[in-house]
Design a protein around this ligand. Structure first.
Ligand code: ATP
Length: 246
C-alpha cells in the first residue's frame, strides 16, 4: 500500500502538525436521486491530531454521516482524498480500503457494530483477527472491564441493554488500539447515564492518544470535544475550538 507523499499531507485546517493521523483534503460527494443532483459534501477539509476529540455537528442532511463514511473508507469521494495513519484510504479498491480500515480505524455506529449471532467476546476476537492482531481471552475480559462490561463476554448482543451494547461496541472498535475512532451518532439512542459513560470512554480514548471523530448534534456530546466542526449544506460553516490547542 502506498504511503502518502509530502504533498498529500499538506492539507486540512492544521497544516504541518506532526501528530495528524487523519486528514481529509477537499472532499466532494454527490448523489443523484429522483433526477436531482444532491451536493452532500462540497470541498470539506479536516485534519485530526492524535489525542484530539473532534465533533462534526450540523442539522439533519448537512453531510455528517457522509463525511464519516469517507473518513473511514466506507464510501468513496467523488473528489478529494483521505489519509489515515499515513495511508491514502480513498480511491482504492474496497478490499484495500477494508484492510486499512481493519488495521487503523475503529468504527462505532448509532445502532451498534456487533454481529448479532456472535457473543460479545467473539465479536471482539473477530475484530482483532481482521485487524491482524489477536486478543487472548484474558485481554478480552480486561478490555470489557475497562468499559464497565465485566462478565458479558459470553452474552449475545440481544441480551444487552442499549447502553451495554454501545459500550460493547466501543470495546470492539477499540480492540486493536486503532489510531483513529469514528463514531456516528453513538449516543443518539441512549439514556443520559449511558450517554455519559460512552462519552467518558471516548474522551479517555482520545486522552490516551487516539484521534476521535464523533458525528452528533447533541450539545452534551459537543461539550466534551476539543473542537467542533459545523457543517451546513455539505460545507464547513464554522469551527469552534473548545479544548486546548495541542
Ligand atoms: N445514498 C444516498 N443517496 C442519495 N442521497 C443521499 C444518500 N446519502 C446521503 N444522501 C443525501 O446527502 C445529504 C447528506 O446526508 P447525510 O446523511 O450525510 O447527512 P447527516 O448530516 O448525517 O444527516 P442526519 O443527521 O439526518 O443523519 C442529504 O441531503 C441526504 O439526503
Amino acid at each position: 500500500m502506498s504511503r502518502v507523499g509530502a504533498l498529500d499531507t499538506n492539507c486540512g485546517d492544521q497544516p504541518g502538525a506532526a501528530a495528524q493521523v487523519l486528514t481529509a483534503h477537499r472532499l466532494f460527494r454527490f448523489y443523484r436521486a429522483a433526477g436531482e443532483e444532491i451536493f452532500a459534501l462540497v470541498g470539506v477539509s479536516l485534519s485530526v491530531d492524535a489525542g484530539e476529540l473532534v465533533a462534526v455537528a450540523g442539522p439533519s442532511g448537512s453531510g455528517k454521516s457522509t463525511l464519516l463514511a469517507l473518513l473511514g473508507g466506507l464510501d468513496e469521494p467523488d473528489g478529494g482524498s483521505v489519509v489515515v495513519d499515513g495511508l491514502v484510504i480513498s480511491h482504492r479498491p474496497e478490499t484495500e480500503r477494508a484492510a486499512i480500515r481493519a488495521r487503523s480505524v475503529g468504527i462505532l455506529f448509532q445502532y451498534g457494530n456487533l454481529l448479532d449471532h456472535l457473543t460479545v467476546g467473539q465479536n471482539m476476537r473477530l475484530a482483532a483477527r481482521l485487524s491482524g492482531t489477536t486478543v487472548a481471552p484474558p485481554d478480552v475480559s480486561g478490555r470489557l472491564a475497562q468499559v464497565g462490561m465485566a462478565g458479558t463476554e459470553n452474552m449475545l448482543p440481544r441480551q444487552l441493554s442499549g447502553g451495554q451494547a454501545a459500550r460493547a461496541g466501543l470495546a470492539v472498535a477499540l480492540v486493536n488500539d486503532p489510531p483513529v475512532v469514528l463514531a456516528d451518532e453513538p449516543t443518539a439512542e441512549l439514556d443520559s447515564g449511558s450517554e455519559r459513560q460512552v462519552l467518558g470512554l471516548l474522551r479517555l480514548a482520545a486522552d490516551g492518544g487516539t484521534a476521535v471523530v464523533i458525528a452528533s448534534h447533541s450539545p452534551r456530546v459537543l461539550a466534551v470535544c476539543d473542537r467542533v466542526v459545523h457543517l451546513a449544506d455539505g460545507q464547513i460553516s464554522r469551527i469552534d475550538q473548545l479544548g486546548e490547542v495541542r
